[in-house]
Design a protein around this ligand. Structure first.
Ligand SMILES: [Mn+2]
Length: 392
């Protein structure tokens, strides 16, 4: 709850009792956020309109209850309600709305990243074409999914599969256009899915803008299938498509994988180190052996180049934190581990050039836990991405 009267003593004592390093970091952060941006390629810091109280309850209609328009904001979020290729359990298309709803009760002051809201954060309205294409593609996909993609010889199913694949290509083009438009204006662009096929266009746009960038991919699944159930742009193929279509992406570092096919394991091996998988069992073994988590995260981050795009499938987390996601798998990162991992990208001196959060699905009965965790994780991604923009 964002209510200053109940939270202020907690925050004050947290500030008082925090170790010197954190205090200094917060102070440094404060001065950094109040001075104009030193980064040439990013739009200037927005200032909040008069009358806006960051410590009060959320009154604004924007994400996190903020008043910024996309023009004013330094961070622009693209909502993509998209899930035609979801293979197990639907709901990801409702992710952006669930995150938007839950975001309004999150405190704007963040204990890890300070005051990211000061730079302006705005979520675009849903593109009506995308909503329409999703409805069309979901309807077309239904019998194809029921047949597990075995469409050969059935003309109706073949036509439906072709229609879904064509709509996926239109989505990718549209998302790419939107991302490019805002990147060209110097914004930090994030995407909120949707299933994991949703961010393809924005990853492509970032790969063009930041040649040589790496991808940190947090997920329970490798998503390296060469089409899945016949769908060329399946949620289970996103990293395969990214890897094979974008040679300028230097490296893909995967974390949290605990469900993959043998073909995917072979694909990783055949990549000659361009794709690196830090599987969930391997991370768990190192923790069980007593290795400190920061050494594990450092080893993960070391594999990445200076510019990092983060694609975060919420199912990379323990399913307790995302019980309604489409394809939950036991195991996974805790929330703190995920935050530490993202934070260490920034601490290592690397730059988070863009990000997406996908596969967040709300429960049908209106329970907002999935949206709540998603909105908080998104705020950490935003916060660390902003911090990482300024040269250290
Ligand atoms: Mn995924």
């Amino acid at each position: 709850m964002r209510v200053w009267t109940t939270l202020s003593p907690v925050l004050r004592s947290a500030r008082r009792s925090a170790p010197a390093r954190s205090g200094a970091a917060l102070a440094e952060l404060g001065s950094r956020l109040t001075t104009p941006s030193r980064t040439a390629n990013v739009a200037p810091v927005s200032s909040s309109p008069p009358g806006f109280d960051p410590n009060g309850p959320a009154l604004g209609h924007g994400i996190y209850g903020l008043p910024h328009t996309p023009d004013e904001a330094r961070v622009v979020l693209i909502p993509v309600p998209w899930e035609p290729t979801v293979s197990y359990r639907r709901g990801a298309a409702k992710g952006p709305a669930a995150i938007l709803r839950a975001s309004r009760q999150i405190d704007l002051f963040d204990l890890h990243t300070g005051r990211p809201y000061e730079q302006g954060i705005a979520m675009l309205d849903v593109d009506p074409d995308i909503a329409r294409w999703n409805a069309e593609a979901c309807a077309a996909a239904e019998p194809v999914l029921a047949a597990h993609g075995e469409v050969a010889g059935d003309r109706d199913l073949e036509a439906r599969l072709a229609a879904v694949n064509a709509l996926s290509r239109r989505l990718n083009e549209r998302v790419g256009e939107i991302a490019r438009r805002w990147l060209e204006r110097g914004k930090l662009v994030g995407l909120v899915g949707g299933d994991h096929s949703a961010p393809y266009g924005t990853i492509a746009a970032h790969a063009e803008r930041y040649p040589g960038m790496g991808i940190l991919h947090v997920d329970a699944h490798a998503d390296l299938r060469d089409a899945y159930e016949g769908f060329t742009d399946s949620h289970a193929s996103i990293l395969y498509n990214v890897a094979t279509r974008h040679p300028k992406i230097a490296r893909i570092v995967q974390v949290g994988l605990r469900d993959m096919s043998e073909d995917e394991a072979r694909f990783i091996r055949a990549s000659n180190g361009r794709i690196v998988a830090h599987t969930d069992p391997a991370i768990a073994d190192r923790l069980f052996d007593g290795e400190p988590f920061h050494l594990i995260t450092d080893a993960i981050i070391e594999d990445l180049p200076r510019d990092v795009y983060v694609t975060f499938d919420i199912d990379g987390l323990d399913p307790m934190l995302c019980p309604s996601t489409g394809t939950p798998v036991p195991g996974g990162l805790t929330f703190q581990q995920a935050v530490a991992l993202i934070g260490r990208i920034h601490k290592s001196g690397r730059r988070i050039v863009g990000f997406d959060l996908n596969e967040v699905a709300p429960r049908d009965d209106g329970d907002d836990w999935d949206g709540n965790v998603g909105a908080r994780l998104l705020y950490k991604l935003i916060g660390f991405a902003l911090l990482s923009q300024d040269p250290r």
